[in-house]
Design a protein around this ligand. Structure first.
Ligand SMILES: Cc1ncc(COP(=O)(O)O)c(C=O)c1O
Length: 360
């Protein structure tokens, strides 16, 4: 194990631009803990990273955007779902740094019905938005499946005299213009904060639970935890990929992060925990358990979850508590990764379309 000072120093050597507001708060969820006898439940508020309503992408962009600047690019090209949190925060980061963003947004599970949620915010940041039918694009995490859409956009920008930077979705897979796992490095920073906050609160976290998608958040956090929090397990609740697929990405990205951090060790099989039991009908497909989790957190903690990521991760965390996956007495930390702008486009499902009576 290393000291948080030495990890902080090493991380500080990587180029970064301060887009996120850090450290994010970490505190005990008293209402939720009271509802779950035998557990102390905490939350780390990475939904409060500041950039464009916050979320996990801000920490990633601190490092990735430094790479964009150092490559002399003036436009970021990236992709995601129609309600992508990643695309919204990229557009905000680029706007702040005086650059353009071109977004390829794929319909499904939400389809375009007007500007709402993240799509509205993308337009406020003046992103160049192009919407495509998802069709048969396969695994959207890899550039190979969307190259037919991304390359023509990049060529068009080059022909206009611009220098595009092709940013992989989620900002951590070493693809496109990115030569290192820069996004995931931001989550080593989160591990440092958790280690510091654990000391301040005098609480040792037995588990950290988070939503996992493109795996960079989990990989960076896990790499940081291996350096600083050796007794804390990191439990990823997948929102779309199978456990085997996401674990593969966590390993590939996490090992790259450890290498960049100058650590000799690699992630072990037992470190990588990805649970794929809570995807439900598919990525972004709402279900009643997610609705219940969103309402429960709102009503017990005044805390907003989102329907696509943190809602599903919370369903998983609570179910795993009930099933005895965590030991009695564990201190469990929920990493809130943001995504709350997507609450609005899901309004019909969340409320069952019921409006309050109008008193005339
Ligand atoms: C709100 C939210 N939580 C969690 C995640 C998962 O992060 P990662 O893609 O790094 O696994 C995402 C990614 O899109 C997200 O938007």
């Amino acid at each position: 194990m290393r000291s948080s000072e030495s990890v902080r120093k090493k991380l500080g050597q990587f180029p970064h631009v301060p887009l996120s507001l850090l450290p994010t708060p970490l505190y005990r969820m008293d209402g939720m803990s009271a509802m779950h006898d035998g557990f102390d439940l905490y939350v780390k508020r990475d939904d409060q990273t500041g950039l464009a309503f916050g979320g996990n992408k801000a920490r990633k962009l601190d490092y990735m955007m430094a790479d964009v600047v150092s490559q002399g690019a003036d436009c970021v090209v990236t992709w995601g779902g129609l309600q992508s949190n990643w695309c919204r925060q990229v557009a905000a980061a680029a706007a702040k740094l005086g650059m353009r963003t071109s977004l390829a947004l794929f319909e499904g599970p939400t389809s375009i019905e007007g500007y709402d949620g993240n799509l509205l915010l993308d337009s406020l940041f003046d992103a160049d938005i192009r919407v495509f039918e998802a069709g048969d694009i396969g695994n959207m995490l890899e550039l190979a499946s969307v190259r037919h859409v991304i390359e023509p956009i990049a060529s068009e920008l080059r022909s206009e005299g611009m220098t595009p930077y092709i940013a992989p979705i989620g900002g951590s897979l070493v693809e496109g213009s990115m030569r290192g796992p820069w996004g995931a490095l931001g989550y080593v920073g989160a591990a440092i904060e958790i280690a510091d906050q654990s000391n301040e609160l005098k609480v040792q976290f037995d588990s950290v639970v988070l939503a996992t998608g493109s795996a960079g958040t989990q990989a960076g956090l896990l790499a940081g935890a291996r350096l600083l929090l050796p007794d804390t397990r990191v439990v990823g609740i997948s929102v779309y990929g199978s456990s085997a697929t996401v674990s593969g990405y966590v390993r590939a990205i996490g090992d790259r992060v450890l290498e960049e951090m100058g650590a000799a060790d690699k992630l072990q099989d037992r470190d990588i925990i990805v649970i794929d039991d809570y995807i439900g009908e598919g990525y972004g497909v709402f279900n009643s358990q997610v609705g219940d989790a969103i309402r429960t957190l709102a009503r017990s903690e005044g805390l907003l979850l989102d329907p696509v990521y943190t809602g599903k991760a919370m369903v998983g965390m609570v179910d795993l508590m009930h099933k005895g996956y965590f030991r009695e007495g564990e201190n469990i930390l929920f990493l809130h990764t943001g995504g709350t702008p997507a609450l609005f486009p899901y309004r019909e499902q969340i409320t069952d379309g019921l409006l309050p009576p109008v008193v005339r």
